[in-house]
Design a protein around this ligand. Structure first.
Ligand code: HAM
Length: 418
């Protein structure tokens, strides 16, 4: 038997209602904040992620699903959505549209990671990006959208962690401080981090090896190395969040694993779901668009992992009621009755009614059992006599009451089921 690739999963009809609920909640909330949906290709030129996400990140170095096509060009299944959105805005000439640009997306992403609860190789994100607003008010507005979605999903025990990782003005000094610190521990670092020490010491802070992360705990903090502009930005963000009633904690350990971030970075963390506890991660990326060949344009956004949201909803006992039960089940006896049932059901469905009838030649007894199992509210038994008279018994399965109805009259049938 051929099996699905490791780290992927099927989403079965019993699971899809909660996915649809999350997707609808996220879409409707984003629309209320003024966001429009963008859809981009599943694969992009590998260079987009190398330049956008960053050559020294785990995502680019270890986790990308890259392949060459028949003409020997390198493409990559998207590991995230931010770089693709930046590319799409530049390529479609959207950067001169009225600002801010606000976009959301619902996508599958691919990363070659070690699968565990809340971490898979194909996973799903709901993400938003806002372009053209450099002010900290935009950071607060984006965070408020994330917070609103999480709260509408009924997730409890979630906390917002914010940090600032500075900008190109103050980053060099911080980078030097990190370099000096890690240089003193060089021998203990993993091989990848030994390289990162020279290329990008900030990335050592999100290394998953236990030794590197233990050393990273005492490393210098970005927040202690901010320039005046970055410090003011952070203060303004805090004031806005306070005013909006959004609780947060400053967490100097939040550095995020992607290179494009500047200034604000944040995560919504739900500790009830285990090690992969970040349900939403994001931040500001003022240099990304230029980095991929577009104009200089500030941006900020976030993405939420749908499977982690589901885990958090389960932990919060917030799984939505997702019943979808037929109003009517028609139990035909014989071929002529089955054909008649097909006609009635077709008409009801055209009216938007969920109705079913037997397609697998069950006995009447088995049909009634089935109607019970699928929780049909009404049943209608049709045989040769009923066809001749045009009348049949409509049974209310919940109240065990019944009436005779003219099933050739759709209005009368619908009225009897009200
Ligand atoms: P990220 O932190 O790499 O950021 O991913 C965002 C969220 O996607 C994570 O917080 C997590 O919920 C989910 N996620 C990530 N990897 C996996 C995985 N292997 N399995 C399951 N869920 C996962 C980004 O992707 C940025 N593009 C977010 C962003 C948008 N920043 C600015 N704009």
């Amino acid at each position: 038997m051929i099996q699905k690739p490791r780290g992927t999963f099927d989403i079965l009809p019993s699971d899809t209602p909660v996915w649809q609920f999350i997707e609808k909640t996220a879409r409707d909330t984003a629309a209320n904040f003024g966001y429009g949906e963008i859809r981009t290709p599943t694969f992009e030129a590998t260079e987009l992620f190398q330049r956008g996400v960053g050559d020294t990140t785990d995502v680019v170095q270890k986790e990308m699903y890259s392949f060459t096509d028949r003409e020997n060009r390198s493409f990559t299944l998207r590991p995230e959505g931010t770089a693709s959105v930046a590319r799409a805005l530049v390529e479609n000439g959207k950067c001169s549209d009225t600002l801010p640009l606000k976009l959301y997306y619902m996508i599958n992403c691919f990363r070659y990671e070690k699968p565990q609860a809340g971490r898979s190789r194909e996973f799903y994100q709901f993400g938003v990006e806002m372009y053209g607003a450099a002010d900290a008010a935009a950071d607060a507005d984006v965070i408020a959208l994330g917070s609103e979605i999480i709260s509408k999903l009924g997730i409890k025990d979630v906390s917002l962690h914010i940090n600032s990782i500075g900008c190109p003005d103050c980053r060099p000094k911080y980078r030097q401080a990190l370099y000096d610190y890690f240089k003193a521990h060089e021998d203990e670092l993993c091989d990848t981090c030994k390289q990162r020490l020279e290329t990008n010491p900030l990335r050592i802070l999100d290394c998953k090896s236990p030794i590197c992360s233990a050393i990273g705990k005492d490393a210098p903090k970005s927040i202690d190395h901010l320039c005046e502009g970055c410090a003011d930005h952070m203060d303004k963000l805090k004031n806005h969040l306070d005013e909006m009633g959004i609780e947060y904690e400053i967490d100097t350990n939040i550095v995020r694993g992607l290179d494009y971030y500047t200034r604000t970075v944040f995560e919504f963390i739900c500790t009830a779901i285990g090690a992969q506890s970040t349900v939403c991660g994001g931040g500001r990326y003022d240099g990304l668009m230029k980095q991929i060949g577009g104009p200089q344009m500030p941006g900020i956004g976030f993405a939420m992992g749908i499977t982690r949201l589901i885990l958090a909803m389960e932990a919060s006992k917030a799984m939505p009621e997702t019943k979808h039960e037929p109003l009517l089940y028609i139990a035909p006896m014989g071929a002529a009755a089955q054909c008649k049932a097909a006609g009635i059901v077709a008409k009801l469905r055209r009216e938007g009614v969920y109705a079913e009838y037997d397609l697998v030649a069950r006995s009447l007894k088995a049909q009634m059992k089935y109607a019970d199992k699928i929780n049909a509210k009404y049943t209608l038994i049709i045989g040769d006599n009923e066809i001749e008279n045009g009348k049949a018994i409509l049974k209310n399965m919940q109240e065990s009451s019944q009436v005779e109805v003219d099933f050739t009259d759709m209005a009368a049938l619908c009225e009897a089921m009200k």
